[in-house]
Design a protein around this ligand. Sequence first.
Ligand code: ADP
Ligand code: MG
Length: 703
Amino acid sequence: MEKTLPKSVFQKFRQQQRGRTSLDRATADAIAHAVRVWAMDHGATHYTHWFQPQTDTTAEKHDAFLDIKSSIINGIKTTVAIDSFSGSQLLQAEPDASSFPHGGIRSTFEARGYTVWDTTSPLFIQDGPHGTAVLYIPCVFISYNGEALDEKTVLLRSNEAISNAAVRLLHMIGDTEVRNVHTTLGVEQEFFLIDRGLYSLRPDLKICGRTLVGSIPPKHQQLEDHYFGQIPSRVLATIAETEIELYKLGVPMKTRHNEVAPAQFEMAPIFEESAVAVDHNLLTMQILHRVAHRHKLKCLFHEKPFKGINGSGKHCNWSICTDAGENLLDPSVKPESNPRFLLFFVATVYAVYKHGTLLRAGIATASNEHRLGANEAPPGIISVFLGDQLNEVLNAVEEQRELKSFSQHQIQSVKVGGTVLDLKVATLPPISRDLTDRNRTSPFAFTGNKFEFRAVGSKQSPSFPVTLLNAAVTEALLEITSVLEEVKGDKPKASLEDVLTVVRMYIKKSKPIRFEGDNYSQEWVEEAGRRGIENITSCPEAFKKLLEHQNLLTETVPILTMAELHCRYQVMVERYIKDLVIEGNTLKTLINQYVLPAAFDYRKEIASTLVSLKNVGMDINNIPEKMILEELGKDTDELIKLNDKLCEILERVVKITDLDQAALVAHNEIFTIMEDIRKYTDSIETKVSSKCWLLPSYSELLF
Ligand code: ADP
Ligand code: MG
């Protein structure tokens, strides 16, 4: 834009981007013209307002740059096709909003919604068919009355809130040159890639994104030989092509590797400003999905596609950065006397202490429930991991003593990122050690110069989880600022001593949320209980927490109106119920069309074997075939009973009009009975001949 726009227009655009002015008509038209010329030079025939409804994905409606113009030339009416794109078309569009989730915020007859250009996120062009392309305009999506219907509006509001709060605090400690701050986000995306032919033979994967039946093969991830192993060639081809497609869109992909489970992988970009990083994560998922298709693979983003095997997460690496590019969570050489670091670090820990259950609400989905409730990464208890050295820093500050573990030698080498380790091999160079070790079990870990929110679902948009984190930290900053203001008195700026006094108070307050041990252990569940930290294992429980924090979200850090908050709650609960009902119905079909017929076929086969054996005079009473037949009989009887019960629950749940009640039934009954049913379907799978079992097995899907 700087290259193509007249200087004055570009300056006005930059002013608008920083929230200082709005675009006047002439400026908008000038920008639209330049944008169209650029896009058409790259083959674009259409443009689209691209936005993020509350569906964890994006929405777009294409319009051509085409217009028709009639004029009278020498008395003859002439009609010509022209290219056109006005400033108002760039800035705003009006899609029919009635079919997007709105949580009852408006009735269906008030269908109007508006998309408005979010100038903070770059425009991009995606290839279309036959050498054409489409111009994408990142947008927010609001209702006729200006209520947020999307994921982005609230994220932007939370970014602004945290910026204002952080700047106030920074000014109080004398950092008066900072004018705004932004949150940064680097999203590690985990996913499975499986053969598309096999995938298409599994109705459960196609409809629900996860397997509802399937016995676990003898070997899966026990040997841990897949993690960081050589990337299989078809997968590498897919990922590499995805990266190239993403580079074209400006998404800075950086890392790729095998994950723990067989057929599981991860990609991660270089971090960016959080709203842009969210756009880019959604694009990453879409492009990966599309490119995998070309390589005859299917990409599964579900949190738990395979029972008994590690699930996928989305690790949201998060920090706060000033307009001068300084990371406020960088501990620097002497974190213990770095007021900036201490304040922002402790504010984040305190935010999680105070609003951990809110963070838990933001990651509650039917699919993530399989990870968060189960004995697997991470648990339903939100705690913070700091690592040895930062724990020691906080303890030393709290106890007003010198740091224990930093020898002079160590302090020197912290400058290059940590302490020095001696490998006792002369040919290897000395290596520096990071300030924190890793704790893979923690849902919220400090990793050197950023926090890593690990409990976010692989399938969900990172937007709302980050929004809630921003809101929680904003409140902590506001509170800390007002306490610091008092402690500082009428001095022009707070001294290091003032800061330490306040930081000490908040270290003490937030102590219960700090946990360095194994988050998967039963001891932690008990210990957390003693500390008063909630263990939220079900979605209906988690959703409620959103409403319990309404003061924070609608008043202290007003990023939602009360109506918007209730809308969000309703969308989440409705989605949960629908997801479980769809799963229940899919399982019912699988049982009727695949599992029972397999059992019956095999039974018939054994029965006729038995008849033949009997006919040749064998005693068939104690032979293995007979036993299998009997066991299969027991399994099918139980399965039929449970299936009938499932059908009954499914019929009942859709009739319940009270949403909260329906969600409870979905969780307590559908979720539970599906687990019970699985015992019998999987038992049948291991008994019948593979000839009778038409669903591709776990071994076939994963290896
Ligand atoms: P890990 O070793 O935790 O798996 P990765 O290299 O896979 O780490 O991913 C770490 C992610 O954290 C990357 O996306 C990286 O860009 C991001 N990151 C690094 N520093 C910051 C920061 N200051 N703010 C936000 N994200 C960051
Ligand atoms: Mg990683």
